[in-house]
Design a binder for this molecule. Sequence first.
Ligand SMILES: Cc1ncc(COP(=O)(O)O)c(C=O)c1O
Length: 340
Amino acid sequence: MKTIDLRSDTVTLPTAEMLEAVKQAKLGDDVMEEDPTVIALETLAAKRFGKESALLVPSGTMANLVSVMTHCRHGDEMICDANAHIYYYEVGAVSAIAGVIPRLVEGKRGIFSVEQLEHAYRGQELHFPNTSLLEIENTHNRGGGSVWSMSDLKAACDFARENGLKVHMDGARVFNASVASGISVKKYAENVDSLMFCLSKGLSCPVGSLIVGDKDFIAKARKNRKLVGGGMRQAGVIAAPGIVALNKMVDRLSEDHANAKKLAKGLKDECGLSLDVSAVQTNIVVANVSPMLADDYIAEATKKGVLTLSFGKHAVRFVTHYGIDAEDIDQVIERLRSRS
Ligand SMILES: Cc1ncc(COP(=O)(O)O)c(C=O)c1O
């Protein structure tokens, strides 16, 4: 029986073209800014997002941390969603390392209104920490791959700007957002001061994330990357698949989105799980498996060769990605339909 791994889009393996690009990559010392392949990827990313500069870092977690360190001083406050990855899943790094206090907004599937933001923002007053950053996640992972609309995003970013806050977008899956919404990544980037995106998720690369921003921001971020140990030497071996990904792996994300919709419909109609099919916008499906516990459901699914992740006591996450096709989705529904 073939194992169908829907735990995450991080399980994707590099394409043959990516591996060939690694073999052919021209390399140098990237800490000395002499790796031509890294320079080519950073130039391509900056151009794609309409920003002056870009910086390659090893992971999404480091990209977020370095961005927060670059925007904020120790003791500053950052406003973000209560389920934001940066708050929920990154080991508290923004506090432990950057010294930043998150102020949480209870968004709806990770998306919050400008009114909620106004409520969270306490102003610059003697007793309060200095609020210097707004963080927005697009797509939103714990929100089930939800996408920020341009009007919500613009309203939040305008409010931030009017009040002297910088905006960082955790765009680990911003290409999924873009493909689903038809809004270009340039348009998203235009509204924020910094944006990070991951090569290692839906784009199928083995490793790497990029931060984009203006020249001055990226120069400071480069120093912070070094501070946290993220300076890499012949990083062209990481950058080479990234170039292939940006050129070849973006448009196909619509297949993952179609497969996620198909999966959601099957899980609801044929497997008896509770979920809102219309809420599935990208490649993430979150289902309620009540009355079963998520852990028990996952153990049963694993025995049937379907791998998934727990997203709460009764919530299970399924992620579609490169390497999973429509027949795999049929298989998943077939296997999860029979509870024996
Ligand atoms: C929205 C979001 N941001 C950041 C990250 C962190 O990326 P990494 O696992 O590369 O550190 C993830 C990882 O799943 C994510 O989903």
